[in-house]
Write a protein that binds this ligand. Structure first.
Ligand code: GLA
Length: 380
């Protein structure tokens, strides 16, 4: 049974009647353009074929009544007095309601059943997916138009101001705007997007190291601070505004750590734009080399890799079917991605799993992904 059908059936079981809509919002992996979004730079993610689904029905009340199938937990809150509590998943939905109301949207109540096949905590943006699914649910019951980019911004507000995670805009944008078969080149300053077709003979494989690091948030915030310091040094609003030539001319006077952080961001922006070009030209070899270079820069200059991520990337790169591999997302643990020749995926995943396990003693999770559409709604 598909996750959508499952969500409908479970809604009927739990609430005792048929839902009016099912909304769906996907998780993501980033192909290239890492730690560039909060520097007003460029990112190139795909929405993946794993998503959060909410089957829902409007109610005549001012309440949102929820059941999360995977977690077997229920919750309810009033739109008239949204309070912080400690049930993490509900906070994302409350945060969306709060951000929508702050932005002047008039919201109606609903009851909803949430189902998801995005692994939680793996770095595949299950939280952004939940936020975007919630924006679609509120739009459906409140009769306001669901505008993808505005709703991505609402999701980001919810996460930053309500949940308290200081993220960029990439995860919410791709969950909102993603397109099947395509990567999305996002200019994180103007929020202009460009669809970039995936080369036909490649498959995107997500390699979960089965490691999670604490303190990711503080390390992430520290990187943001260092990037800000570098931008201030160059006298510009964000590192996006520093060219390689300006960097080479002036950067020597920077503190050595800040120097390396800035060098990553500036070179990663260039690589991301080049990657979009090579993808459009169906040049998987050149695309893969840019991905490999991104990993080296994240490892050595931005210092957000880990021994397990390096090991996983190494295992992937050793395979002849692999065009390129790198850590993806915030780093420190979680997932790498590999771009693999479509004909050799099965052999690739089996060999990498064995070799990674031999080297680390850890059992990896491997997801073969296709690029999916951004958030959708269906009447049931
Ligand atoms: C996390 C954040 C994104 C982005 C990446 C790093 O996934 O949520 O906004 O900054 O890290 O590229």
């Amino acid at each position: 049974m598909s996750t959508q059908a499952h969500a409908i059936a479970e809604f009927e079981r739990y609430f005792g009647h048929h839902p009016s809509f099912v909304v769906r919002a996907p998780g993501r992996v980033n192909l290239i353009g890492e730690h560039t979004d909060y520097n007003d730079g460029f990112v190139l993610p795909i929405a993946i074929d794993r998503a959060v689904w909410i089957a829902l029905r409007p109610t005549a009340t001012r309440h949102v009544v929820l059941h999360a199938l995977n977690l077997k937990q229920s919750a309810e809150f009033s739109l008239d007095s949204i309070q912080h509590e400690n049930q993490q998943w509900v906070e994302y939905i409350k945060g969306v309601a709060w951000a929508l109301q702050q932005a002047g949207y008039l919201l109606g109540g609903w009851e909803g059943l949430i189902a998801s096949d995005i692994p939680i905590g793996a770095g595949l943006s299950s939280s952004a997916a939940l936020e975007l699914a919630a924006t679609r649910a509120f739009a459906a019951v409140s009769s306001y138009p669901w505008e993808a980019i505005k709703m991505a911004q609402i999701g980001q507000q919810a996460e930053r101001k309500w949940v308290g995670v200081n993220c960029g805009i990439m995860d919410q944008m791709i969950s909102a705007v993603g397109h099947a078969g395509h990567g999305l080149l996002i200019d994180c300053r103007s929020l202009k997007t460009e669809l970039v077709p995936l080369p036909p003979d490649i498959t995107v494989v997500v390699l979960d190291t089965a490691t999670r690091r604490g303190l990711v948030d503080s390390a992430y915030n520290e990187r943001r601070q260092q990037c800000k310091m570098a931008a201030r040094f160059f006298g510009v609003p964000a590192l996006r505004d520093v060219s390689q030539i300006e960097f080479d001319a002036k950067a020597e006077a920077l503190d050595p750590v800040v120097f390396r952080r800035a060098r990553h961001v500036i070179s990663e922006n260039t690589r991301t734009l080049q990657a979009a070009n090579t993808m459009s030209q169906k040049d998987a070899v050149e695309f893969g080399q840019l991905i490999n270079a991104s990993h080296i820069s994240l490892r050595d200059d931005f210092e957000v890799s880990s021994p397990e991520l390096d090991q996983m990337v190494d295992c992937a790169q050793q395979e002849s079917a692999c065009y390129g591999a790198r850590l993806t997302g915030a780093g420190f643990g979680g997932c790498a991605i590999a771009i693999v020749h479509a004909n050799a995926v099965q052999n690739f995943t089996e060999t990498v799993a064995i070799n990674y396990q031999k080297a680390t003693g850890l059992q990896p999770e491997i997801y073969v992904c296709t690029a999916a559409d951004g958030a959708t709604i269906t009447s049931t």
